[in-house]
Design a protein around this ligand. Structure first.
Ligand SMILES: CC(C)(COP(=O)(O)OP(=O)(O)OC[C@H]1O[C@@H](n2cnc3c(N)ncnc32)[C@H](O)[C@@H]1OP(=O)(O)O)[C@@H](O)C(=O)NCCC(=O)NCCS
Length: 208
């Protein structure tokens, strides 16, 4: 069994790969720590089976330290979730995950990205701003656990050269060497446009 990575270590590479059912025990352990209404194993399994979804995990050694997912509706990529193990937060892992997720969403045909974030979650909002997201509206009482409003954020023009430059700049500043595993160059065909959005409170689950 591999030893757990040591927080603060910089010698390791961050491996980013598609989420598989075998990652779910570690994903669920993180999920339970960071979300008031964690997604169930079944919900993740269903998501992994659906078309027009892509979920990624970030690993240090063999240990899952974070994950993120996007779902496609026509040419909108909706960031469904992102989380990092509390022991590894503020080490640039979410930013690396998002850079890779955006790249993969573009391969799936995304022209813009959107997400919901709690109005109180300033740290996550700061992270999204660094990826070019800007506020584009609000959803009242979106989160069912405490009735908190969601800020809706959008990143437009993600398929442009200008946005490429942003991604490259972010990646060049990353403290982690990134190893990509298990990606095909051309992901399966574009999703069915009727894939429904998965609202945070509609299913009683936390969304991003
Ligand atoms: C939000 C979350 C995914 C960020 O993960 P992370 O790996 O710690 O984020 P990063 O280290 O890549 O941070 C990138 C930038 O985002 C901002 N940021 C992230 N967390 C922050 C915090 N707690 N406070 C202030 N800024 C923060 C900073 O600008 C940071 O850059 P810096 O460290 O150079 O200052 C993580 O805190 C988490 O899992 N939270 C619980 C789940 C959650 O809220 N998900 C988002 C739902 S919308």
């Amino acid at each position: 069994m591999s030893a757990a990575p040591v927080a603060g270590s910089t010698a390791l590479a961050l491996t980013v790969s598609p989420m598989r059912p075998r990652h779910l025990p570690e994903v669920l352990a993180i999920e339970a720590q960071v979300y008031p209404r964690p997604w169930s194993s079944r919900l993740f399994e269903e998501e992994l089976d659906r078309s027009g979804r892509l979920y990624l995990v970030a690993r240090l050694g063999a240990t899952v330290v974070g994950y993120a997912g996007v779902l496609m509706i026509a040419d909108d990529g909706h960031i469904a979730t992102i989380a990092v193990d509390p022991a590894w937060q503020r080490h640039g892992i979410a930013r690396c995950l998002l850079v890779e997720l955006v790249r993969q969403a573009r391969l799936l045909g995304a022209e813009q990205l959107t997400l919901e974030v709690r109005v109180s979650n300033r740290g996550a909002q700061e992270l999204y701003r660094s990826l070019g997201f800007a506020p584009g509206g609000a959803r009242k009482a979106y989160y069912s656990d405490n009735g908190e409003d969601a800020l809706v954020m959008w990143a437009h023009g993600i398929a442009t050269d200008e946005y490429d430059t942003r991604l490259e700049r972010l990646q060049s500043r990353s403290r982690w060497p990134i190893v990509r595993q298990g990606f095909t160059d051309a992901p399966a065909g574009r999703p069915h446009p009727a894939v429904p959005p998965r609202a945070g409170t509609a299913s009683g689950q936390e969304a991003s």
